[in-house]
Every structure is written in structure tokens, then in C-alpha cells.
Design a protein around this ligand. Structure first.
Ligand code: NAP
Length: 351
């Protein structure tokens, strides 16, 4: 059998467009899979990496986090997968720095414990919206001990239960999700509600139905001048224990609302996708941190939850994909498009 030629969209220098070129065909080490990618998704992180070189450990770089495709090679010690399986997976160049671990290639190495079989009735294009946002959501909700997100910034430890395949009784706890129509925010709503958490979401008016479809009990408009007061009233009305806020947007404007809400509701967790405000700006009873979306806490959920949950519809491939094009050459235009802003959509390139 002839050896296929791998190709990748390389970042040669920070701030420069990606360049298409040959890449070595990767091999699967112990605990790894090589995936022949059929679809890859674009995340805001990819823009940060391209623009500033942040997190790039090895030049030239191949980055990108989300893959869907067929297993091409199975490494030693992998028992859950075999060649030809249809899978989705989280590529972790972000932490490993190795080019072969970046999604923006025809073939990518992923850890087998960050992959799941994709049911036959779900297309690669739909399935690829899941991996990175899923890992981020479980990290945000289920870490039990704070870790280190970046120097001087800890990860939040909400210690909430994993999502369940069954319809679980309510935990009697309410979480506010700021940015309920974003990729990470909407996935966090799905995972939290599958764990019996009551979710109040904050989204654009045009995405209220979308946030409810993900599981939010109530949704408020992020552009409403009276937003904080309305959310405070809703949390009080629901009468649950208030856990805190997952802020999937994390800008000075959202932080101002977060602090008002937390202050009025007696404090709680503030879990953010970027570094939270300094402790001196926070009420004393607020524990704040920044999530970091690569963590072993997610392993059991990848193994036991993702495939049956996709199969039963408990885990939906949301937000819906928007296909920018077919071929590695479309990744750069997808990156340009995400910089311009998307709404309740995940940009996908098919291969
Ligand atoms: N720390 C980590 O490990 C980690 C992991 C993943 C992502 N992130 C970061 O998390 C952020 C979100 O990523 P993503 O992929 O989820 O983004 P995304 O899907 O591209 O976000 C787009 C959404 O943001 C919403 N939005 C924008 N401004 C808003 C506001 N003021 N209030 C409420 N919603 C607002 C829009 O809502 P409407 O259209 O409804 O207005 C839109 O649906 C990015 O900054 C990313 O870099 C961090």
C-alpha cells in the first residue's frame, strides 16, 4: 500500500497568513490515534495563535483543535478504537506544541482518551463542532481542585457532577452562563443541564431559542441596560442555590455585570474564558478563575458519555456548522471570517 502524502496549513511566522505545504505523515505513539481528517473546525483561539504566536512552541507550527474523520493508525495501549472507525477528537497542539498534534492538516495525531466514536447518522461536518467546546465545558464545570491556567491565574473548581445519560433530578443549583449562544457557552449549557444544573443564560435576543434548545431555563439579552438586575431577580425567583457565573465572553463589560450579579447574590464562582478581573476588584466572597480547556478531568466523559449521548440526542452538535469551503486552502478565509464575528455558528472546513 502506498504511503499517503500529508499536507498542512502551516504558520511560519506570527501575524502571517497560513501557507499550504507538505508535512510528514505522523505516526501514532502509545495511547494515540492518527486521524485522516474529513472536517476541522475553527476556534477564536486559532486567531490568537496566528496573530501573536501565543502558545506556539515550535516553528513552523500546525495548530487547530477540532477534528472529525477516520482512524488511520492506532497506537499501542489503545483499546477503544480500530482503523477505519469514524471519530471526533480534540487535537492538543495547544499543550504539546508538536506540529503533528495540530488539526489544520490532512492527518492529525490525537490522544485516544480525547476521542469518541461518531455515530454513523451524524456527519463529520456536524460532529466536528463538538470536541474543543466540549472539553472546555467539562473543564469549566467539573474540576474539583483549582489548577494553573497560566502564570498567576488559577483554574476554577466548581466541582459539579459529570453530565448523565439519564434524565437526572435537579441538583437544586443555578448557574448563570454569560454568552449562551457562543460555542463554549452553548456547550456548557448542554453539559450543565445534563448534570441536573438549572441554567440561566445571557445571549443576543436573536439567539434566545437557540440557548433554550441547549437547555437554558431562561435567557436574558446581553444588550439590555437592566440585564444584571433581571438576572439577579430570576436567580432569586428560581429559589435554587446560586453556584455562580460561567462567563464565556469575558470582557470588561461582561465582568462589570458579573460583579454586580455576584455581589447581590452573596458571591460564588466566577469561571471565565480569559483571565478574570484582579482579586482587588472582586467581592471577597467570589472565587474567580480562568478555565483551561485541556485536562484529564474530561477523560471519563469522553469515554463513557460522548458517543451514547450523541446517539440519543442528549448531546447535540451545536452550534450548527457553517462550511467555509472544502480543502486546507479555506482555513485562512475561515480564520478571517471568525475574526469578523460569528453568531451561534461554528465555522468548519471540510477536507
Ligand atoms: N480558556 C479556554 O480554555 C478557552 C477555551 C475555549 C474558548 N475560549 C475563549 O472563549 C471565547 C468564546 O469562544 P467561542 O468559540 O465560544 O466563541 P464564539 O462562538 O465565536 O462566540 C460568538 C458568540 O459570542 C456571543 N457574544 C459576543 N459578545 C457577547 C456579549 N457581550 N454577551 C453575550 N454574548 C456575546 C455572540 O452572541 P450573540 O450573537 O447572541 O449576540 C456569538 O454567538 C473566546 O474568547 C475564546 O478565545 C477560551
Amino acid at each position: 500500500m502506498s504511503v499517503p502524502q500529508n499536507q498542512a496549513a502551516w504558520l511560519v511566522k506570527a501575524g502571517f497568513p497560513l501557507e499550504l505545504g507538505d508535512a510528514p505523515l505522523p505516526t501514532a505513539g502509545p495511547g494515540e490515534l492518527v486521524i485522516k481528517n474529513a472536517a476541522i473546525a475553527i476556534n477564536p483561539l486559532d486567531c490568537h495563535m496566528q496573530d501573536s504566536g501565543v502558545f506556539v512552541q515550535q516553528w513552523p507550527a500546525i495548530f487547530g483543535c477540532d477534528v472529525a474523520g477516520e482512524v488511520y493508525e492506532v497506537g499501542k495501549e489503545v483499546e477503544r478504537f480500530k482503523g477505519g472507525d469514524r471519530v471526533i477528537g480534540h487535537a492538543i497542539n495547544l499543550t504539546s506544541g508538536r506540529p503533528q498534534d495540530g488539526a489544520f492538516a490532512l492527518y492529525t495525531v490525537i490522544p485516544a482518551d480525547k476521542a469518541a466514536i461518531l455515530p454513523n447518522e451524524i456527519s463529520f461536518t456536524d460532529g466536528v463542532v463538538v470536541p474543543f467546546a466540549f472539553e472546555a465545558a467539562v473543564c469549566a464545570l467539573s474540576l474539583k481542585e483549582p489548577g494553573v491556567a497560566m502564570p498567576g491565574v488559577s483554574t476554577p473548581a466548581l466541582g459539579l457532577p459529570y453530565p448523565s445519560l439519564q434524565d437526572v433530578p435537579s441538583t437544586g443549583k443555578t448557574l448563570v452562563v454569560y454568552g449562551g449562544s457562543s460555542s463554549v457557552g452553548s456547550m456548557t449549557i448542554q453539559i450543565a443541564t445534563a448534570a441536573g444544573i438549572h441554567v440561566i443564560a445571557i445571549s443576543g435576543v436573536h439567539n434566545f431559542d437557540f440557548s433554550k434548545r441547549c437547555g437554558a431555563a431562561r435567557v436574558f439579552n446581553h444588550k439590555d441596560a437592566l440585564l444584571a438586575g433581571k438576572v439577579i431577580e430570576a436567580v432569586r425567583d428560581d429559589g435554587n442555590e446560586f453556584i455562580g457565573i460561567f462567563d464565556a465572553i469575558a470582557t470588561p463589560e461582561t465582568y462589570a455585570d458579573d460583579i454586580t450579579i455576584l455581589e447581590q447574590l452573596g458571591g460564588g464562582h466566577l469561571a471565565c474564558v480569559h483571565p478574570p478581573p484582579p482579586n482587588s476588584d472582586l467581592p471577597a466572597n467570589v472565587t474567580a478563575g480562568m478555565i483551561f480547556a485541556v485536562n484529564d478531568v474530561v477523560k471519563p466523559v469522553w469515554k463513557d458519555y460522548v458517543t451514547p449521548a450523541l446517539q440519543s440526542g442528549k448531546l447535540q452538535c451545536l452550534p450548527r456548522p457553517f462550511v467555509v469551503g472544502k480543502g486546507l486552502e479555506h482555513i485562512q478565509s475561515a480564520l478571517d471570517k471568525i475574526k469578523a464575528g460569528v453568531s451561534a455558528t461554528k465555522l468548519v472546513v471540510e477536507l
